[in-house]
Each structure stands twice: as C-alpha cells, then as structure tokens.
Design a protein around this ligand. Structure first.
Ligand code: HEM
Ligand code: SF4
Length: 563
C-alpha cells in the first residue's frame, strides 16, 4: 500500500501544528466560530446535531492493520467506542471533543493518515474497487493510478476552491465496483484494439438533488495522460462551473448546460496545452508507484472447495455463497466482513471489532483491509484452507452475517440521529426493516437487492441507485419517506423511479414487504429484483403497494397520504 515520504510526513505534521494553534485560539475566543469554521472544515471537522464529527479519509479504501487499530484507539479514547464507515471509503467519528481533535490528528499522522480534503470544495478522497489487485476480472490494478491522483490532488493549489466538492472514482475491472457513473469523474481501465491500456473517462455523474448518470467524454485515454486529462477537465469546471448557486454548482450541471459535445470540445482544447507537459506519467514514475502495490508473497496453493469439505454446515455454506469472493491467485479468496448485523447501524464498527478485524488481517490476510462503498470491510487475501477458521472467529464478533448483496446489506447514512442536514431519521428505518426481514433463508431466496437509505436529498446513502431507495422528507415538520425502485449502480447504473406519495416510518417495513411480494410473484428464473422492476416498470409495484392502506396493530397509519 502507499507510504508517506519525508515530505508527506512534514506537511501533515506542520498542518497539525497550525490546526492545534487554531483550535487553541478558538478555545480562547480569539477566533469566532465563523472564523474558525473554514479552518476546521479543512481538517475534516464538522459540527453536527449533537457534537463535532471528524471525517478521516481512507485513500481508495485501503488500510493497514496498524491503521485500523488506530481507528479502534480513537474510538475508545476520544469517541464513544465506535466509528462509522461511509460510502466514500471514509470513517466518521460522531462524538469528538474540539480540544482533543489536534491529538486525534496527531495520532492519525503516526500511522500515515489525515483528514485533509475530506470536506470543502476540493477534490475529495479518490475511491476505488474494494477488490482492486485481487479481482479475477481485473484488467489492471487501478490503485497505482488512484495513488497518482491522490498525490496530485492533495494540496493542489489550483483546485482547492472549486465551485463545489469534487469526487473521483476509479475502477480497473470488467465489472464496475466503484460506482463510477455517479461520480464527478469516473475512470475505468479499458484495453483498446491494439491491446494498450488506457481509461474510459466519464464526467458529470452525481446524486444529491439532481441525480445524473455520468457521460462518457472519452472512450480511450492512453494511461500516461491520466493527470493531464483530468487536469483539463478540472480547469474547464473551475472556470465555467456555477459559483452563484450552491445547488447548481456541481460539474454535472455544467455538463448538462453546455452539452456533452461542447464540454468535451472544451476539455480537449484545454488538454492541447497540457498534453505532453511535465505531468505526463513516465514509466519510471509509474514503476515507483506500482512498487507500493506489488502483489503479496502468495504461496503456491491448490484450489480447494471449502463448501464441499463442510457440506453439512449450512451456515458456513451461506457465508461462502454471500461473503466470499473469487481471487485471481489459486487457493486464495477475498472475504467481506459484514458490518450489517441486525440491530446495528449499517457501517458502524465498535473499537473491539476494529481491533479484532486488524488481528484477522494480520493472521489471515497480509495485514491489510479495505473499506467498501457499501460500508463493509474486506480481507482481500485469505487462503481458502483458512476460510472455515476465519468464519468461526468472525462469527463470534458479529462480523459474519451472511448477507452481502442481500436486503439487509443496506447502505444507510447517519440521518437525523446525527446529521444536522437531515429531514428524517434513517438508522431506525434500517433497523425496522432489518428486524422484519431477519430471516436468512428468505433473504437468500429474495437474492441480490440493494436497499439504500438517505435522510435527505443530499443522497449520502445512495438512495437514487438502490434497487429500492428510501429518502427521508420533511412534511410540515413531520418525518416521511419517499420510495423509489429500479435504481442500480455498476455497469448498468440507473436512477430509481419514485413510486408515489410518501410513507410514515411505521409503514416502511410493510412497504418493503409489498414490493417484495410483487417481485416474488412476477420474477422469472434467476431474475433479480431490479431486473423485474426494469422489465415491468413501476406500475405493478405501485398498484400493489398503494392498493390497501397499511395498518399497524389494527390502526391505520398515514393512510391519508394516499387515500
Ligand atoms: C454527517 C455529515 C454529512 C454531511 C454534512 C454531508 C453532506 C453532504 C452534502 C451537502 C451532500 C450533497 C452535495 C452536493 O450535491 O453538492 C452530500 C453528498 C454525499 N455524501 Fe454526504 N454528508 C455527510 C455524511 C455522509 C456520510 C456518512 C456518507 C456515507 C454514508 C456520505 C456520502 C455522501 C455521498 C455518497 C454523497 C452523494 C454523492 C454526490 O455528491 O453525488 N456523506 N453529503
Ligand atoms: S443524506 Fe442528508 S441526512 Fe444523510 S448524511 Fe447526507 S446530508 Fe446527512
């Protein structure tokens, strides 16, 4: 994985010293809250509903066991014993004290981490596929390129005051596991007819109040031009992106306003000056960076079938089916540790679990972990022969729920429990649905489905691209939930369609149940929920959900909403 050099260490240390002084001045009232605000945001510190919240970047989701242990330490020493892994491969601590934040940042720096550029109108954490480097369907490992982008974008003087935040995702495999279509720039590795490696460049995807799937502006960009081309895109955006209206400031709005062709023309024109400049990636430079990601010392192992060896153990079989993924090296597998146990907010991990996951990484997976954008943790390099032992250990700490990709593997933002922008709570909705469907055979029967929940239109919980999306809305001060279906991430990304008037919190489990009933009735063999929705359209689902009022304990709830 990446390593800081002497300059990184120096810059991060100096930054903490400045910040420590700023915090001290705020505490002494020498700085007003308004003066302090941009200073703290530049260091990832938000003010939320109850307390300060610190967001820490995990570059492209890759963590060492040492770094994970540091998260456990922070959770224990400075927070309430847990942290929240987010869809952007970050971790958030929700209960930190202002005066302790310089110490937290200092502790983080000791393991080569920071919270710089996790907020503000700059290029944020570059995200990637959690199976990068090990996926069987990978063309090349995207992480060296993600690292190039990280080094280039961190502290980039020209791009620290963009019209709005900027998110870049990069994928190196045939299957898109980095949700590139919903990023400001989405890059995917492709091979051209001559067999050369390059990138397909998508721009202008994003969610929030105007959800848009990105447009391809270049089918093939030779890889040495990655930085210069991205820089050209950034320059066009920086120059023409709207600064007068925060809600129209993302690059997706600019792209729609000028049209893909014109936008592409401007980028290509800008690129003419940059192409072949000093930022063109040389072989030497790429080799230097690729060296950080050299494959681990894999043993020569015979491929085995752990399912056959434990054929009588159904629980283990379920876990293998859902949480274990193929690996390109024979005899190895990638394992997803589920942070979606019923009764726990999706993405939350306790200090004990974090320490434990770090131990598992040391003992089973070369001391590395990854954070997924579905808010789970991956051990990418586990020998197949050790899967049974790993499963038993992970189960004991509540990390082996066999639900990856299933209904209870929900994405969920912090919503009204923490977030000051929320219109409604989201965690209790996730819990109520998880409890209602906490039956593993049923979940396996329903098959792959993405249930994504956001507490407001900002869409931090990816509701637009959920097979079922739930959005918290405010109506006259009350919390309601709007439901959309048919959204998808990945290679066939799509924005879901709203099915009709919104529901009360109590109605939500029944709404999900009704949607699933229509699916079970209408599905053809092997068809996933989203395929059925896309084949039939929203109407049959909508009709059935709204056919009769949803009652609870004999009492109608919220029926006036669609009477
Ligand atoms: C609690 C503090 C948070 C605040 C104040 C916050 C704020 C926002 C805002 C204002 C937007 C809309 C940006 C725009 O359209 O210009 C947004 C988008 C987003 N945030 Fe958050 N967020 C928070 C937490 C999270 C968490 C916990 C996650 C992951 C679970 C997350 C992931 C995202 C994602 C994926 C998007 C939408 C992607 C896009 O911008 O197109 N955020 N957030
Ligand atoms: S979607 Fe809204 S409620 Fe949820 S974290 Fe984002 S800003 Fe907060």
């Amino acid at each position: 994985m990446y390593q800081y050099d002497q300059y990184d260490h120096l810059i991060v240390r100096e930054r903490i010293a400045q910040y420590r002084d700023q915090v001290q001045r705020r505490l002494n009232d020498e700085l007003s809250e308004a003066e302090f605000l941009p200073l703290r945001l530049q260091n990832g510190l938000y003010m939320q509903r109850h307390a300060y919240m610190l967001r820490i970047a995990v570059p492209y989701g890759l963590l060492s066991s040492k770094q994970m242990r540091m998260f456990a330490h922070i959770a224990r020493k400075y927070d309430r014993g847990y942290g929240h892994f987010t869809t952007r491969q970050n971790i958030q601590f929700n209960w930190v004290e202002l005066e302790q934040t310089p110490d937290i940042l200092s502790d983080l720096a000791s393991v080569e981490m920071h919270a710089i550029q996790t907020s503000g109108n700059c290029i944020r954490n570059v995200t990637s596929d959690e199976f990068a480097g090990v996926a069987a369907d990978e063309i090349i490992d995207p992480r060296p390129y993600a690292e190039v982008l990280r080094q280039w974008s961190t502290f980039h003087p020209e791009f620290i005051a963009l019209p709005r935040k900027f998110k870049v995702a990069i994928n190196g495999a045939v299957e898109d596991r980095a949700a590139i279509a919903i990023h400001d720039i989405g890059l995917t590795v492709v091979r051209n007819e001559a067999g050369e490696i390059g990138f397909k460049v998508m721009v202008g995807g994003g969610m929030g109040r105007t959800p848009i799937i990105g447009s391809t502006i270049r089918e093939f960009l030779p890889r040495e031009h990655l930085l210069t081309y991205v820089e050209a895109v950034m320059r066009v955006y920086n120059q023409y992106g709207r600064r007068d209206n925060k809600y129209k400031a993302r690059i997706k709005i600019l792209l729609k306003a000028v049209g893909v062709e014109e936008f592409t023309r401007q980028v290509e024109e800008e690129w003419l000056d940059l192409k072949n400049s000093a930022q063109t990636l040389t072989e030497d430079e790429m080799e230097r960076i690729i060296a950080y990601f050299k494959p681990h010392a894999y043993e020569t192992l015979a491929a085995i079938d752990p399912a056959a060896e434990h054929a009588d153990n159904k629980a283990f079989g379920n876990w293998l089916k859902r949480n274990v993924k193929p690996h390109k090296v024979p005899g190895y597998a990638a394992v997803v540790l589920s942070l979606k146990k019923t009764g726990v907010p999706p993405g939350d991990a306790t200090a004990a679990q974090m320490d434990f996951m770090a131990d598992l990484a040391d003992r089973y997976s070369f001391g590395e972990l990854r954070v997924t954008h579905e808010q789970n943790i991956v051990l990418a390099d586990v020998p197949q022969s050790k899967l049974f032992a790993l499963w038993q250990e992970a189960k004991a700490l509540g990390l082996a729920t066999p639900n990856i990709g299933l209904l209870t593997d929900m994405i969920c933002c912090p919503g009204g429990d923490f977030c000051s922008l929320a219109n409604a709570k989201s965690i209790p909705i996730a819990s109520a649905i998880a409890e209602r469907f906490d039956h593993i055979d049923y979940l396996h029967d329903i098959g792959e489905i993405e249930l994504n929940i956001s507490g407001c239109i900002n869409a931090c919980g990816h509701h637009h691209v959920g097979s079922i999306g739930v959005l918290g809305v405010d109506k006259d001060g009350a919390e309601w939930y709007q439901v959309s279906i048919g959204g998808a991430q990945g290679n066939h990304a799509a924005i879901g369609k709203i099915i009709g008037p919104s529901f009360s919190a109590q109605q939500m489990p029944e709404v999900i149940d009704r949607l699933l009933q229509v699916y079970v009735r209408e599905r053809s063999d092997e068809e996933r929920f989203v395929d059925t929705v896309q084949r039939l359209g929203v109407t049959p689902f909508k009709e059935f959900v709204y056919a009769t009022p949803i009652a609870e304990a004999g009492r109608l709830i919220g029926e006036d909403e669609y009477a």
